[in-house]
Design a protein around this ligand. Structure first.
Ligand code: PLP
Length: 348
């Protein structure tokens, strides 16, 4: 190994894209109204309406957790149930922010492959939920994570199938798009096709993980699904007072397809790694590598060997590793990870 530190822990560990830093500097002139009353935030609304080919509302927020929890709080009643994959970030990793900001909203896990929600399982869960019974949480929304927490990507038909079930029962469809760019880059479709045209009502639009800095956003396609969202955001302290700097980051992120170029780089690194390790004896890739993450089973000795080599990653089980590629993952990073895996599997 030539390097002592090979970073595959998270896309949060990467640098911010220089274009976003430059946009912050460029926005640092003159005076502007706070709380979104500025010119850049107004431009952001029309820019996103163009991007999504529909009239949308955009709310820049500090984190993906804020985007998810507050979008769902606006969509669900405090006695509502939100259906999601057992792997979903809102279920595993957000300290039940959705329940907290929702005032008691309950998360109900629905099985499905590779972090997806299975539409038949969703249908069964809703129809047996006890709609109208005061003893039961009332079906309110479904959460799809795109790309999923296992690195897979919902096809447009899969999104539409879940949305159809949800809408047939009056539920809101929320998409956690922390890695929406990676999914769009993979699908090669328009943002509209992968969101409202497939039935998504509200989207958590990720920026941070893909070259962003300090801001994600909520995009509302169906205003009736989020009528009070402004109050939820303000009460949670999730409205930037100097909003123009948040909006400047997001404007730069989508300018000239930067967001898709960055996502393609991250996805390509993951695809290269998968291609080079999939036939290595002792290595099993447990979920389709369709975005920028790999979930790989190896022996405990191999995992320990990687750590000794300075490869940084998270263990997701005694034999399971998660490797996350970033827009700035280098060829050297890829070669170092693959080399370490090949060497240690051969030795164990
Ligand atoms: C799928 C998914 N959704 C949401 C988030 C939340 O983002 P944040 O850590 O900015 O709150 C993450 C972060 O890891 C994520 O992986």
């Amino acid at each position: 190994m030539t390097k002592t530190r090979v970073e595959f822990r998270s896309d949060n560990c990467g640098r911010a894209a220089p274009e976003l830093i430059e946009a912050l500097v460029a926005a640092n002139t003159d005076t502007e109204l706070g709380y979104g009353g500025d010119a850049l935030t107004a431009t952001l609304q029309s820019r996103f309406s163009d991007l999504f080919e529909a009239s949308v509302q955009v709310f820049p927020v500090p984190t993906g957790t804020a985007a998810n929890a507050l979008a769902l709080a606006a969509a669900a009643t405090p006695f509502g149930a939100v259906y999601c994959s057992p792997e979903a970030h809102i279920h595993t990793s957000e300290c039940n922010a959705a329940g907290f900001f929702g005032g008691g909203t309950k998360l109900v896990p629905i099985e499905g492959p590779h972090g997806k929600v299975n539409p038949e399982a969703l249908e069964l869960a809703i129809t047996t939920a006890g709609k109208g019974l005061t003893h039961k949480s009332q079906p309110a929304a479904v959460n799809l994570v795109q790309a999923t927490d296992r690195g897979a990507v919902y096809s447009l038909d899969e999104i539409a199938a879940v949305s159809q079930v949800a809408h047939a029962h009056g539920l809101t469809v929320h998409m956690d798009g922390a890695r929406f760019a990676n999914a769009i880059a993979r699908l090669g479709c328009t943002p509209a096709q992968a969101s409202w045209r497939a039935g998504v009502d509200v989207l958590s639009f990720g920026v941070t993980k893909n070259g962003g800095l300090l801001t994600d956003a909520i995009v509302v396609f169906a205003p009736e699904s989020a009528t009070d969202i402004g109050f939820h955001l303000r009460r949670a302290g999730a409205v930037w007072s100097k909003m123009r700097f948040a909006s400047a980051q997001i404007m730069a992120y989508v300018a000239d397809d930067l967001w898709l170029r960055l996502a393609r780089q991250a996805n390509a690194a993951a695809t290269r790694i998968a291609g080079q390790i999939e036939s290595v004896a002792g290595v099993t890739i447990i979920a389709p590598v369709q975005a920028n993450e790999l979930f790989v089973e190896m022996s405990a000795a191999t995992l320990a060997g990687l750590e000794q080599d300075g490869v940084l990653f998270y263990r997701r089980g005694p034999r399971l590793a998660r490797f996350v590629c970033r827009w700035d993952t280098s060829e050297d990073d890829v070669a170092a990870l693959v080399g370490s895996i090949v060497r240690h599997t051969a030795a164990s």
